[in-house]
Design a protein around this ligand. Structure first.
Ligand code: GDP
Length: 382
């Protein structure tokens, strides 16, 4: 599925950079073009992969290239005021080649948190292609304002995008590691998951998938509305078939071995670390992509994993396909759980947001009363 990528704010730009890097190192092509939007000049300059003439500095008269701080209302206003410049950059993307847009941002900050939903809204108005969001949730140690920003951004982004893929920065923290190196590792991991999902239908050059995941299947899985989480796991192949010996002898892997390996990798991907931890039984639709050397992509194994996923997610809407990667020594599985409704992390964010908003209105800093929180009085950004 060919995407137009739009990174908004610092994290958004870096996530798009990581996706472009993933594509450059893999054999598939799923990116039609990439654009970065920011009100902070230094962050735009720091990008490595997004072409220089595809970087748009917005809000210059108001914030003079200094960014929006952690003010996401300002972030939304800056994008809205310069929306024609943003859309002029989007128009450079060969839109006839596109199957959809992916708008990426960190949801705890200012420019991306406010600006990404505003861009999603404008894309939805101007184009018929679906618009997906990719949002990074702030770590719990980043404080209440970041939580409030993220909760309001999610509320607005979910309304404006066809689907919001969420990734929780907290899940990737390792004790002692610097935040910068953590982000890099995290962005690379996210890019791999998102990259395998969207390149599944595009196929690696020179290979043919047995069971193709085409753009319409990805679109139907993501649907129109809701939140998505992505799981990923790999398992090493003990006796890879790409070697000279196995080619000479014409030996094939045992079907029962490959079937077991596929199903256990899919289970690991589903039950391991999801980009947004959630109750998997609250999934509405799912998609599983199994990648590996063609001789290992066993149809029965894929069917069995789909059946297992149907039971685990309690949904019959489970799609699947494979993604041949010749000469790989691994089986990899990406599991997409779409329309999830029970994610404790989002509930906690909302609760913190409501308390923060209330105390800001009252001018008090008393967070003791959490009993009456709900998201009824939490305002969207626009
Ligand atoms: P903006 O430039 O005003 O949109 O603000 P940022 O993009 O810096 O957003 C801040 C939020 O994004 C915080 O919650 C950070 O934890 C998170 N963040 C910053 N950089 C990265 C990154 O490279 N990757 C990820 N996943 N999150 C990031």
């Amino acid at each position: 599925m060919k995407l137009g990528l739009i990174g908004v704010g610092q994290a958004g730009g870096k996530l798009v950079d990581a996706l472009v890097a993933y594509e450059a190192n893999s054999r598939a092509e799923f990116i039609a073009d990439a654009v970065a939007i920011n009100s902070a000049e230094a962050d735009l300059l720091g990008l490595e992969r997004v072409p220089k003439d595809h970087r748009v500095l917005i809000g210059q008269t108001r914030v003079k290239g200094q960014g929006a701080g952690a003010d996401n209302e300002l972030g939304a206003e800056l994008v809205q005021a310069d929306i024609e410049e943003v859309m002029a950059a989007v128009d450079e993307i060969p839109v006839h080649e596109l199957d959809g847009f992916l708008v990426a941002a960190g949801l705890g900050g200012g420019t991306g948190s406010g600006g990404a939903p505003a861009i999603a809204r404008e894309l939805g108005r101007r184009y018929t292609e679906p618009v997906y969001g990719l949002g990074a949730l702030p770590g719990q140690d980043e404080g209440r304002i970041y939580a409030l920003n993220a909760a309001r951004s999610i509320r607005t982004f979910v309304r404006e995008a066809d689907n919001l893929l969420l990734v929780d920065n907290d899940g990737w923290r390792k004790q002692g590691a610097s935040v910068e190196s953590e982000y890099e590792r995290f962005n690379t991991d996210i890019a791999r998951r998102v990259g395998i999902l969207f390149s599944a239908g595009e196929g690696a050059t020179g290979t043919v998938a047995e069971s193709v995941v085409d753009a319409s299947e990805i679109r139907n899985t993501l649907g129109t509305g809701g939140v998505t989480t992505i799981g990923y796991a790999t398992s090493h192949i003990d006796r890879p078939q790409g070697g000279l010996l196995s080619r000479l002898s014409g030996s094939k892997p045992e079907p029962s071995d490959t079937q077991n390996q596929i199903t256990s990798t899919v289970r690991l991907a589903t039950q391991g670390r999801l980009t947004l931890p959630c109750e998997i039984a609250s999934t509405e639709r799912a998609l599983v992509v199994v990648a590996g050397p063609p001789a290992y992509l066993d149809r029965k194994g894929a069917e069995r994993s789909r059946k297992w996923l149907e039971e685990a997610t309690a949904t019959v809407e489970v799609r699947g396909g494979d993604y041949p990667v010749p000469d790989s020594e691994y089986i990899a599985a990406v599991v997409v759980l779409s329309g999830v409704s029970n994610a404790p992390r989002i509930e906690r964010l909302k609760q913190t947001a409501v308390e923060t908003q209330r105390s800001m209105r009252d001018g008090s800093d008393d967070f003791a009363d959490v009993s009456s929180s709900g998201d009824g009085d939490m305002e969207p950004l626009f």
